[in-house]
Each structure stands twice: as C-alpha cells, then as structure tokens.
Design a protein around this ligand. Structure first.
Ligand SMILES: C[S@@+](CC[C@H](N)C(=O)[O-])C[C@H]1O[C@@H](n2cnc3c(N)ncnc32)[C@H](O)[C@@H]1O
Length: 296
C-alpha cells in the first residue's frame, strides 16, 4: 500500500452500499485522493483506505462505516478474504464462525460463499440476529452463544470452521485442536486468521516494550505461522495446507487502527495506542498468521 497504487474502481453489488466511487492512493498510508462524482479530486479519508479492490475485491463491496460500526478487531473482511484463498468454501457448506464478534465475517461468509453459517457469540444473540437480518442473511446465519471449549454441536457436523482474530484467546493450548476437530467431518477444513509475530516471544526472551506497553502479556499468544503449523501437524489429526504470514498484514492493521482512531471517538485513545505500537514496529515483528488445515 505504500507507494503509488493505480486508480481503481470499487465493485458494486454484494455490499451494503454498492458504492462505485473511484479511488487512487498516491503515496503512503493515510495519504491519497479520490474522485468524487467522477468530476473532482478530494483528499481520501481514513475510511476510503478501508477499500482496497485490487487486493481485496470482495471486501471492497462492503461499506467501511458499517464495518467500523461492528469493530472488535482489525480488518476482519480482509483477513477472511485472504484466508479464504487457502480454503475451498462452496455454496451449501455448513460453516462455524468461531469467535464471530458482532458478525461481519458471518455476513461475508454467507453472502460471498453461499455457505450457511453458525456464528459463535459472546455478543448477545439478539444483537447478532439484528445484524444478520439487516444484512439480508438472517435465514442463512444462526447465532449461537457458546464458549469455545464447550461447543454445543454434534461431532462431524461442520464442513469448515473459520475463526478470525479470536483463536489467540482460546486456541493456543496443545489440547485445543484435538478438541475442535471433532466437530469437522473427515476432510473438513479449519481456517484461522490470528495476530502473529515474525519471531516467537520465547526466542526474544520477553514481550518487546513497544508491544507490551499496549497489550501486555496477550502478545505471548501471537505465535509465528510456523509455530502453529507444528502444533497442528504434530497431532496427526490434520494436514496443514497453508501456514503463512499475511502479506502486508502490519500495514493493513495500521490502516484499520487509523480509521478507528478517527471515526470511533469513544475508543480513540485505545486505537491511537495501537497506531503508535504499529508505527514503532514498522512491520518488523507484527502481522497476522493465516492458517489452513484439513481433517484427516
Ligand atoms: C477481537 S474479537 C474478533 C471478533 C470477530 N471475529 C472480528 O474479527 O471482528 C474476538 C472474539 O473472540 C471471542 N472469544 C474470545 N474468547 C472466547 C472463548 N473462550 N469462547 C468463545 N469466543 C471467544 C470474543 O467473543 C470475540 O467475539
């Protein structure tokens, strides 16, 4: 995203607005211009930067303001769209969206891939249902409030389990993958997007200061992609099909946090702290891991 990116047009259709404004980032994160009404150039706001049709064409059809209104973590649609490139999601599949927050990813799964989704909630089910109904996917997405270690589902009842920016809270124990895969049919897929570091905290000896100041010990769970690959594969229960750091994950994260700091005034301080953390990091350590596996 740094540097010159060609002028682009936003895909209309699947999103809530279907807005078709053209945009062109001229230089760096947070700078740029867009065309208004096809006639005049106006400066891009941090919200405009949350549309990137070149890299994330499906997500570009969703209104960034809608997405920010459901904020519980950075770039959920970008993470999911990228993760889905490593998965094989087909219409009619039954997918568990584990740790689905306020539901943006569940709406995206239902609309973009035609799958039926069971969304796992800490958020009140009625709040979830309202998001799904308003997005027109109420019949496809079922909200279930459940703790990740006590899932109220039948064994082998899902074609896929997807988890965006949530697995770091409950999935790092040696015992968790063996617990979770029982809910996948044989051959079923697991896809996880989770904050990650380029080096293990254990190898660094401590959580680096600029990260610890903002998230404290939580960063211990931000493992490298290779750490996850080993943890999963050594169980013999799955074949890891992909374990990679998201390209430009750090930069995407910064774009999101800047937009939150600008547009969510009540949470400005916490988002600005993350902006500062990422700015200091410069992508040396911080990114996201995208992990995919199939149950044997
Ligand atoms: C940072 S939010 C991300 C939400 C959403 N996936 C997104 O990207 O917007 C983390 C989510 O993990 C869920 N979560 C954390 N610990 C959990 C647990 N033990 N069981 C179930 N969900 C959990 C929270 O409820 C929350 O929705």
């Amino acid at each position: 995203m740094v540097g010159v990116v060609p002028v682009c047009s936003v895909r209309a259709g699947a999103g809530r607005t279907g807005a078709g404004a053209g945009c062109g980032v001229l230089a760096g994160v947070g700078a740029g211009w867009r065309v208004r009404g096809g006639l005049e150039w106006v400066p891009m706001s941090s919200l405009d930067h949350l549309r990137d049709p070149e890299r994330y064409p499906r997500s570009a059809g969703y209104d960034p303001a809608w997405l920010l209104g459901l904020d519980m973590g950075p770039n959920p649609l970008w993470l999911l769209e990228d993760l889905a490139r490593d998965l094989d999601l087909r219409p009619g599949m039954r997918v568990l969206d584990l740790g689905s927050g306020k539901g943006a990813t569940s709406v995206f799964l239902a609309r973009e891939y035609g799958v039926s989704v069971v969304a796992d909630w800490w958020v009140e089910a009625c709040e979830a249902a309202a998001v799904f109904a308003e997005a027109g996917v109420g019949a496809q997405v079922e909200a279930v409030r459940a703790e990740a270690h006590q899932l109220p589902f039948e064994p082998e009842s899902f074609d896929a389990v997807v988890s965006v920016d949530a697995f770091e809270y409950f999935g790092t124990a040696d015992t968790y993958l063996p617990y979770l895969v029982r809910f996948l049919r044989p051959g079923g897929q697991l896809g996880v997007a989770t904050p990650a570091m380029t080096r293990e905290v254990r190898d660094l000896g401590a959580v680096p200061d600029h990260i610890g100041r903002v998230v404290g010990w939580e960063a211990i769970a931000w493992h490298t992609a290779e750490w996850w690959r080993f943890l999963w594969e050594v169980t013999g229960l799955v074949r890891v099909t992909s374990a990679r750091l998201q390209q430009d994950g750090w930069r995407d994260w910064l774009v999101w946090e800047r937009a939150c700091a600008e547009h969510l005034p009540r949470e400005r301080a916490s988002h600005q702290a993350v902006v500062d953390m990422l700015t200091q990091d410069q992508g040396r350590l911080l990114s996201f891991a995208l992990l995919s596996a199939r149950r044997h």
